[in-house]
Structures are given as C-alpha cells and as structure tokens.
Design a protein around this ligand. Structure first.
Ligand code: CU
Length: 159
C-alpha cells in the first residue's frame, strides 16, 4: 500500500537534516515507482490510497479512473453536518441500495461505508473487471434524496 505523507516517527533517535532529506527523497522515489506501476502494470496488484472529500453533499473528486487489478483504499472525509455514505458498485448494486431500506454500512462489505457528520471513514475495494459502458462501475450516496441531488459519479476501469 502506498501513501504519500509524513512517516510516523516514534523512534528516540532523530536523524540529522541531511539524512532526513535523503529519506524524503527515497520515499518520493518509491511513491513515483508505485504510481508508475499502477499505470504500467494493468492487471497487476497495486494498492493505492485515494482521498475523497464530501462537501456540500458533493464528492471531490467527482469521477475516478483505475487500472484493472488495482486495490484502492478510499479515505472519505465528510465535512458536512449530516451523514453520507460511499457505495461502490455497478448499477445493479446502486439500484439495490437506493431502493431498499437499509441500516448504515458498517464497513463489513468492501466498498460500502457510512460516514457520520464531520468524520472520516475508509473502505477498500479491488477493481477486477474492465468497464465497458456507463453504469458498469459507480460510486454514490443513497441516503434519501442524495443520489437524485447528484451524489454519484462514474468509475472507469481500464485494461
Ligand atoms: Cu449523501
């Protein structure tokens, strides 16, 4: 799993600035290599983290493209004062969740998670099939009225 960001410290030996710079450069190189793999290695086994923000009942980003075989951990930050959910699946999944009474999504199903107001939740999903048409893969929120309001977007999975 690859994630850009600051490494958690915790050791009692603090590296000197030069060593720290080297470590940062090395981390950046690893991240670049992983990003390259995600593109070049279609059908491979990349695991990436993607940050998603919900603000004013809208997803940002509003669409995604992934290579087949990529596992994505979505880190979804809900900045709104109301609950939302993040549901990954084809249009059959979206129809089902939209039209059935359901309790919150506790994260036990990959790609389905409820995000309480002002909180952050994660869910992980592996995109194993190339999309052929709109509706093959989407993400959405199905709290009453939210889908119709526009809380959904397409996911393209490339070969
Ligand atoms: Cu919502």
């Amino acid at each position: 799993m690859t994630r850009l960001g600051t490494g958690a410290g915790g050791g009692d030996r603090r590296p000197r600035p030069a060593a720290r710079r080297f470590a940062a450069a090395a981390l950046a190189l690893v991240a670049l290599a992983a990003a390259g793999c995600a593109r070049a290695n279609a059908g491979g086994r990349s695991h990436l983290t993607v940050d998603v923000r919900i603000h004013h009942s809208a997803f940002d980003p509003s669409r995604f493209t992934f290579a087949r075989g990529t596992t994505i951990t979505f880190v979804i930050r809900n900045t709104d004062p109301i609950e939302h959910e993040f549901i990954v699946g084809d249009d059959t999944v979206q129809y089902y969740v939209e039209h059935t009474a359901h309790a919150g999504h506790d994260g036990s199903v990959p790609g389905q998670i409820s995000i309480p107001a002002g909180q952050t939740r994660t869910t992980t999903y592996t995109f194993s099939r190339v999309t052929r048409r709109p509706g093959d893969m989407e993400f959405a929120c199905h709290l009453p009225g939210h889908f119709r309001y526009g809380m959904h977007g397409p996911i393209t999975v490339t070969a």
